[in-house]
Design a binder for this molecule. Structure first.
Ligand code: SAJ
Length: 433
């Protein structure tokens, strides 16, 4: 019986694992399986990543070379751009991107391509686990038919599961072993085998009744964040109209020891998860003639925040008799969240664009981001000293590396969207969200 063979191979560490997609999710997973002692083949279409990994050089900050090299040298981890190298493996985790198209519809082309290539090189006898965040039904509607097209029976001839990734780059308080991992399978055998495999790298695998439930768990997690961030952004707008300090209100509300979870307002919603994932859910519900109103409303509020911030800048400069046009405006922080170098969906990009459209001379300062031209923006990067010559400083991302005392003492006007700068110096005019 295939299940028995699988469990024995996991037990005696002879199980061979494939991971498709060696990004910030796939590489840490591949390393974890290899560190447990399983032989891992990492598949990626980007040959430069494959070459880098086989040279023991990591491109993921959370995976240092010192962790990767020994695994490559021992032959426990190898990378390849050829799906044919999956022929020998027993289990495959699919960790490919699931972006949105320009129309905000899901783009599952990477999942489909991975599935077709896996089937081409023999899906029979394997455990296939999809990790990519996607709408409920993807695993059963897109992957299952392709794996069973040759008459193979799921749960007997192969196993199929969904397990959402919970990799949070840069997080140190939780790691892969200590972060519970949800697993849903197409059949009970599928769950048992997937739980046994993931139990080698995760202390607490949490099984649910179906792949659809597991897909929905991830979307609930990230929709929860998007909606609550939208709520707190609207609270900030309300407090502004009421003349109330929203930051004081949030800090005081956060003293409630139960029944409240603190979120903070900001210039918008960035990153490749939170602005994207909820649209996979709302898209699926649209196909069922249902409108996911909270998701749509939160998106509307979050997407309005960059323009709201720009209006603050316009008003603040106006109060000093300065038009935006030809004013020197310094944007502090362009990454999508503090202490990372990722600018995907960052609201800073919208703020810069809007200010340039109004004729502002915009520069930016971000210790993690050297260049924005790959985002289609022509904006000069300056050092923090640029604060002194700016007509207005707009704090978008509150990196820990910024010297906030220096900023408070040397800026003449600050629009602070993160409540990061104490207006100690009398000279600075402060505008807060
Ligand atoms: N943001 C706010 N106010 C908040 C929290 C976030 O404006 O109170 C903004 C951030 O500035 C950023 C965006 O929302 O632009 C997303 O921030 P995030 O804290 O949700 O960070 P992400 O996008 O890196 O989300 C990831 C997710 N992790 C996984 O999917 C495995 C999310 O589920 C985590 O909760 C989150 O990290 C985290 O807590 O760091």
């Amino acid at each position: 019986m295939l299940k028995g063979i699988f469990l024995e191979k996991i037990e005696n560490k002879t199980l061979r694992v494939g991971v498709v997609g060696m990004g910030y999710v796939g590489l840490p997973l591949a390393v974890a399986f290899a560190e447990y002692g399983l032989h891992v083949v990492g598949i990626d279409v980007d040959v430069s990543k494959v070459d880098s990994l086989n040279a023991g050089e990591s491109y993921i900050e959370d995976v240092p070379n010192s962790q990767l090299q020994p695994l490559v040298e021992k032959g426990l981890l190898q990378a390849s751009a050829d799906y044919a190298d999956l022929f020998e493996v027993d289990a495959i985790s699919i960790c490919v991107p699931t972006p949105l198209r320009k129309t905000k519809d899901p783009d599952i082309s990477y999942i489909i391509s991975a599935t077709i290539n896996i089937v081409k090189h023999g899906g029979r006898g394997k455990l296939i686990v999809l990790e990519s965040t996607t709408y409920p039904g993807t695993t059963e509607e897109i992957i299952l038919p392709r794996l069973s097209a040759d008459g193979s029976k799921v749960g007997d001839d192969f196993f199929l599961a969904f397990s959402p990734e919970r990799i949070d780059p840069g997080r140190t308080d939780y790691n892969m072993w200590t972060t519970p991992k949800v697993i849903g399978g197409t059949t009970p055998n599928c769950v048992d085998v997937a739980v046994a495999l993931y139990g080698t790298v995760v202390q607490n695998p949490v099984s649910v009744s179906s792949t659809q439930s597991a897909e929905m768990v991830k979307l609930l997690e990230n929709t929860f964040r998007a909606v609550n961030i939208g709520l707190v952004n609207e609270i900030a707008i309300m407090c502004d109209k009421l003349g109330i300090n929203v930051w004081e209100v949030i800090e005081a509300a956060a003293t409630k020891p139960y029944g409240f979870m603190k979120f903070t307002p900001g210039p918008g919603l960035g990153g490749h998860c939170i602005p994207i994932d909820p649209h996979y859910l709302s898209w699926k519900l649209k196909t069922l003639n249902y409108t996911a109103r909270f998701i749509e409303l939160a998106d509307e509020v979050n997407r309005s925040m960059p323009a709201y911030v720009v209006q603050k800048v316009v008003d603040a400069l106006n109060d000093q008799g300065k038009p935006v046009k030809d004013s020197n405006i310094l944007v502090l922080g362009v990454a999508y969240k503090p202490n990372v170098n990722d600018v995907r969906e960052s609201p800073a990009l919208d703020v810069i664009t809007l200010l340039q459209q109004k004729g502002g001379n915009v520069t930016y300062c971000d210790p993690y981001v050297d260049d924005l031209s790959h985002e289609g923006l022509e904006v000069e990067r300056v050092e923090l000293g640029g604060v002194e010559s700016a007509d207005c400083v707009v704090l978008i991302t509150n990196h820990a590396a910024f010297d906030y005392d220096y900023i408070a003492q040397h800026a003449s006007l600050i629009v602070d969207t993160r409540n990061a700068v104490d207006s100690q110096s009398q000279q600075v005019a402060m505008v807060s969200l």
